[in-house]
Design a protein around this ligand. Structure first.
Ligand SMILES: NC(=O)c1ccc[n+]([C@@H]2O[C@H](COP(=O)([O-])OP(=O)(O)OC[C@H]3O[C@@H](n4cnc5c(N)ncnc54)[C@H](O)[C@@H]3O)[C@@H](O)[C@H]2O)c1
Length: 249
């Protein structure tokens, strides 16, 4: 089969769904994985897709993801580790269960999926894109679990790029700024939205599509000499240095 195949995790909605749709527009086949089976089923009938109602935090589900995708398409050219959860709270109220809930999806899931897909990616000289966050680049209050999980994903990207490069596998990371998805809107008050607009040079949230454009570029042959990189798609937030509103004109 000549047609390239991508797996996108957390693809039932938000950034993952936008990425899956952009891959389809670019002529790829896509396996959409999500543990929210009901939400995922809404994409039933989307041509060129395989729906995988699975949980990336469960090793047996991750093995099934690879087997079922290979049975369907015969090859895997890209893995987008996008599935993520956000739970925010003060350090003293972050109990171990919450810490583990965040880590098992945001960090363990990325490790498990990349490891399971590696043999198939060796065969295609394929690539991996991990979705971290600006919260992995900068520390903030209330994000002891989320921010730490995303910083770890950035390091995991570099570990994987270093070790898998000799097989021709590229591994990169995208750090989105705020996007109005269900995940973000559950934790962003109007006050937070206004503060983000103030702190971001482009003065706005990003769209799912703008993040998907960066992800699919990194998976494409146009990025064939790019690996181990961390790209912030964040309207300039990360690069602003001293971003005090009082220093603005
Ligand atoms: N929206 C933002 O502002 C923002 C900013 C920075 C980073 N991110 C990151 O982008 C990624 C996508 O986020 P989004 O905003 O589109 O969120 P979203 O909540 O809209 O979508 C995430 C999807 O992942 C799925 N999922 C969660 N845990 C899973 C698991 N263990 N197994 C399988 N599926 C699972 C959910 O069911 C959901 O459909 C996440 O990794 C998130 O941390 C988002």
């Amino acid at each position: 089969m000549d047609q390239k195949c991508a797996i996108v995790t957390g693809a039932a909605r938000g950034i993952g769904l936008a990425t899956a749709k952009l891959f389809l527009e670019q002529g790829w086949r896509v396996a959409l994985l999500d543990r929210d089976a009901e939400e995922l089923a809404k994409q039933d009938g989307l041509a060129g897709t395989l729906l995988l109602p699975l949980d990336i935090a469960k090793p047996a589900d991750v093995d099934a993801m690879v087997t079922r995708t290979l049975d369907w398409s015969g090859r895997i050219d890209a893995l987008v580790n996008n599935a993520g959860v956000a739970e925010f709270g003060p350090i003293e109220q972050t109990d171990f269960q919450m810490w583990r809930r965040v880590m098992e999806t945001n960090l363990d899931g990325v490790f498990l999926c990349t490891q399971a897909v590696t043999p198939a990616l060796k065969a295609t000289q394929g690539s991996v894109v991990n979705i971290a966050s600006i919260s992995g680049l900068r520390a903030s209050t209330l994000r002891v679990a989320y921010g730490t999980s995303k910083a770890a994903v950035i390091q995991l990207t570099k570990q994987h790029a270093t070790e898998l490069g000799e097989y021709g596998i590229r591994v990169n990371c995208v750090c989105p700024g705020p996007v109005r998805t269900k995940l973000a809107m559950a934790v962003h008050t109007q006050e937070i939205i206004d503060a983000y607009h103030d702190a971001i040079p482009l003065n706005r949230y990003g769209s799912e599509r703008e993040i998907a454009e960066v992800i699919t570029f990194l998976c494409s042959d146009r990025a064939s000499y790019v690996t181990g990189q961390v790209v912030a798609a964040d309207g300039g937030f990360e690069s602003t240095g001293v971003g005090l509103p009082a220093l603005r004109r």
